[in-house]
Write a protein that binds this ligand. Structure first.
Ligand code: SF4
Length: 114
């Protein structure tokens, strides 16, 4: 999951972790690291690498905007769609044009910071 520098700073302050301990650069974009064992985000409390396993976000109150808007993602025509890879996508409403604007603004900020 990509995140802004400000979001990374907030997570660092709340968790006491160094930004480098929970992020990496994916093509220049700051991105949350995955845990080696669970293959899920380092902040997901889960005991299993199964994509359908129960899990809980340990930083829910300060999770990045990309987490708040997921499973909405942009397709190659800049339209907001539900991520095909999300196992719970049927539980979410179809994204709107406003959702696309939110994602485009986030993408623009991430690219500017990258
Ligand atoms: S919601 Fe929480 S556990 Fe999920 S990707 Fe975001 S920070 Fe990680």
């Amino acid at each position: 999951m990509p995140l802004t520098k400000a979001e990374a700073s907030l997570l660092a302050r709340r968790t006491g972790m160094a930004v480098d301990d929970f992020t990496w650069r994916n093509n220049g974009i700051l991105t949350l690291l995955n845990d080696e064992k669970t293959r899920a985000c380092v902040f997901l409390l889960t005991a299993s690498a199964d994509i359908n396993a129960e899990g809980m976000c340990s930083v829910y109150e300060v999770r990045p905007q990309g987490c708040r808007t997921y499973p909405n993602v942009l397709n190659d025509k800049d339209k907001a769609i539900l991520d095909e890879g999300c196992p719970h996508k049927s539980q979410f409403p179809e994204p709107t044009e406003e959702d696309a604007i939110v994602l485009l603004n986030l993408e623009e900020q991430l690219l500017r910071e990258g």
